[in-house]
Design a protein. Structure first.
Lengths: 278, 293
């Protein structure tokens, strides 16, 4: 009966229509087309990974969705509304953590709640509970009073994740969040990320994630769909469904389907990857 | 033979390792303090005492060689003068007057320079307007303003305060601008994506992010102001350490002149020590990131 008010399946969470981004060098006036004709729908609750060769404009796309960067052409919509600038409903996790060095773990996680729109209408106690909840969720209990410079890379990443989640965004935009970590830490955090992503949602209503990575196996392990980008200018070259069932465990990395998908994506990127280093 | 060498190497390695570990914790400031326990000649206090002993020894020899108590009094004469001036309280009276002027001038300078630095770093037009004036005034030593200051303020406490505030202004301003300009853009972006307003970003990100650099500026400002106060008080003030130096110079009482000079050095040294401690307390993260040292 309430069909009209229910979020229809056809309505994507994010809609990017022919988005392009052109940079003009201030002195020379030289134009560089970073992203061209980028069209993509991101479904509500899906985990979408974007992979592509270095410098293909992955981060530019993410920044435009975040509202930190303005497209020079096309349109970006969230829930049918034009994206004009940054907002707390689209949380961003940056590659190099972007933690506030003068704030403790607790205050970093609670920064948005304390100073931003996500904390509006919450009492101090409610904010505190929320901070504690997410600090515990990412396994940082006991480290609340530490400062970023006292933490390892993996722990900083956990703080960044807790800070992202504490603000309760609708869409999680993650820019190579595990890129700076060593291989082992990265694999551990991938599993944890999936756990938290599924667990943080209420009754199967998962958050929408746009996750940028240069790790193809990481994309296959995490994503529902993988967008493969090509560069000069950055475009969508393929969208690949990852039909590996969830919940995903470490063991899927050795399954044949995992290898097939990884190979398929690699074959799409390989030529450009070789060109990039040549 | 081989095994002996090996054990020695391993032990040395362990020593080097533990030393560098502690060095890092101590900010690599006192590399010798690691093995302080049980070996007093590597203790921090001993290193300080040793440096002073050598200095005073040379001073004594030079005083013997010059053999003129007016040109070069011996360290013992100076110590006597210090004690005498300390007994009468004259030493501390003048020191207190000078220190009060220093504090007032630094407060004035900070209140003007730091907000102005924020404005200039964040507003291109303000910067274009103010920067040429600053760059024009900056090379002009504070001392150059003393003759003019005498006309404007006359002899008294205002002139040294003005000169010191002037001298302290530039390092504070330039370091503030530098600090604000070098704020990590990512932190601002991160806050924007948390729905943090512009004013809150200024207060909770720009201010703490610039603080390490402002603290560095403050330390330089203090040192410059303290160096300038003496010149200002020599000429333009009826009180303070600079005045006392000039007073006893005219009376040809060199040991007392030296006693006041020693007081200037001692206050400067202690204040810098205090400021460094404050810096460490206020911006502990800056050392971890290798800035603000």
């Amino acid at each position: 009966m309430n069909v009209a008010t229910m979020p229809s399946k056809a309505q994507p969470k994010l809609r990017l229509r022919n988005v392009s981004k052109e940079y003009v060098a201030p002195r020379t006036g030289q134009r560089t087309l970073a992203v061209s004709d980028f069209t993509l729908d991101v479904r509500a609750g899906e985990f979408l990974c974007i992979v592509g060769p270095s410098g293909c404009g992955k981060s530019t796309v993410l920044n435009m969705i975040a509202g930190l960067d303005q497209p020079t052409g096309g349109d970006i919509e969230m829930d049918g509304h034009h994206v004009r600038g940054p907002g707390a409903e689209r949380g961003v996790m940056f590659q190099d953590y972007a933690l506030f060095p003068w704030k403790s773990v607790r205050d970093n996680v609670g920064f948005g709640l304390r100073h931003g729109t996500p904390g509006a209408g919450l009492t101090a106690a409610e904010r505190n509970d929320r901070v504690n909840h997410f600090v515990n969720m990412v396994g940082l209990a006991g480290a609340e009073a530490k400062f970023p410079h006292q933490l390892s890379g993996g722990m900083k990443q956990r703080v960044a994740l807790a800070r992202l989640l504490a603000n309760g965004p609708d869409v999680l935009l993650m820019d190579e969040p595990l890129g700076a970590l060593d291989a082992q830490t990265r694999m551990v955090l991938q599993v944890e990320l999936l756990r938290i992503w599924g667990e943080a949602a209420e009754e199967g209503d998962r958050k929408t994630v746009v996750f940028i990575t240069h790790g193809i196996d990481e994309a296959v392990f995490l994503a529902d769909r993988v967008v493969v980008m090509s560069s000069h200018p950055g475009r969508v070259s393929a969208v690949i469904d990852i039909d590996i069932p969830r919940p995903r465990r470490e063991s899927i990395r050795s399954e044949p389907r995992f290898g097939q998908l990884t190979d398929e994506i690699w074959s799409l990127i390989r030529d450009e990857a070789y060109q990039a280093i040549a | 033979m081989v095994s002996l060498m090996e054990t020695r190497t391993a032990k040395e390695l362990a020593e080097v390792a533990s030393e560098s570990d502690v060095d890092r914790k101590a900010g690599a400031r006192y590399p010798g303090s690691v093995r302080a326990q049980g070996r007093f000649w590597q203790a921090r206090w001993f290193i300080v005492v040793r440096a002073f002993s050598v200095f005073i020894g040379i001073w004594y020899l030079v005083a013997l060689w010059v053999a003129s108590p007016i040109q070069m009094p011996s360290p013992f004469k100076v110590l006597e003068a210090l004690i005498a001036l300390g007994r009468t309280g004259e030493l501390f009276d003048h020191a207190l007057i000078s220190a009060t002027r220093l504090v007032i001038s630094l407060v004035i300078s900070t209140l003007i320079a730091v907000p102005l630095g924020f404005l200039m770093a964040m507003n291109r037009e303000a910067n274009a307007f103010i920067d040429p004036i600053v760059e024009l005034l900056r090379p002009i030593s504070g001392i150059a303003w003393i003759p003019l200051g005498l006309f404007i303020f006359g002899v008294g406490g205002t002139l040294p305060i003005f000169i010191m505030a002037y001298v302290a202004f530039f390092p504070l301003l330039l370091n503030t601008i530098d600090g604000v300009k070098s704020i990590d853009r990512k932190l601002m972006s991160a806050a924007e994506t948390m729905g943090v307003s512009r004013s809150a970003r200024l207060l909770h990100i720009a201010v703490p992010a610039a603080l390490p650099s402002v603290m560095v500026g403050f330390r330089i400002a203090f040192a410059s102001a303290w160096a300038a106060i003496i010149a200002a008080e020599l000429i333009g003030s009826p009180s303070g350490l600079g005045f006392a130096i000039e007073w006893y110079r005219q009376l040809l009482m060199s040991p007392k002149v030296f006693a006041f000079i020693a007081m200037i050095g001692a206050i400067g040294y202690l204040c810098d020590l205090g400021l460094r401690t404050l810096q460490h307390k206020l911006t502990p993260w800056a050392e971890g990131m290798g800035i603000g040292q």
